[in-house]
Ligand binder design. Structure first.
Ligand code: SF4
Length: 152
């Protein structure tokens, strides 16, 4: 089963009135986008292990990863671990080849004088930036990862 065919397969099963309530898939077929789409389009609960977080900050002990930042979705701002507020918020809608994302950047004067700069960015000249999924995907990802961290 190819994850790209999830939607077509569910549509086919729906035509035959054979849709399952729940479907178990492996890691190559589980993504937050597919899980949300299966639930929204057909009410199917797609269950499978999500891929691990990646990124240098996530792998480096002591580094500030995305979870260390506070996202204010309503005001489209992010607060960093040092209490600084982001300066911009850009949303890029998804296309056939790209997923929708949010890009946020902090102010250079804040980052240049930050005592925790080495924990935040490897850049010698630029401010910290962040890229993350839009709210529905972001919150679903956190909920699913929390669920998958339980023994059940
Ligand atoms: S480098 Fe910038 S974003 Fe990172 S903690 Fe310091 S002020 Fe905040």
């Amino acid at each position: 089963m190819d994850s790209d065919t999830n939607a077509a397969r569910h549509a086919d099963l729906a035509r035959q009135a054979l849709l399952p309530d729940e479907e178990l898939v492996d890691a190559t077929h589980a993504s937050v986008d597919h899980i949300l789409k299966a639930a929204a389009d057909h009410g199917v609960t797609l269950t499978g292990p999500l891929r691990r977080r990646s990124g240098r900050q996530t792998r480096t002990p002591g580094a500030f990863a995305l979870d260390d930042f506070i996202i204010d979705w309503d005001n489209q701002q992010v607060t960093c671990p040092n209490g600084k507020i982001s300066r911009n918020w850009r949303e890029r809608p998804g296309s056939r080849s790209t997923l929708p994302i949010v890009q946020v950047t902090f102010r250079l004067p804040d980052c240049a004088s930050c005592p925790d700069r080495s924990r935040c960015t490897r850049s010698a000249v630029n401010a910290r930036d962040l890229t993350f999924r839009p709210r529905p995907q972001f919150e679903a990802l956190h909920r699913l990862r929390a669920e998958q961290a339980t023994t059940a």
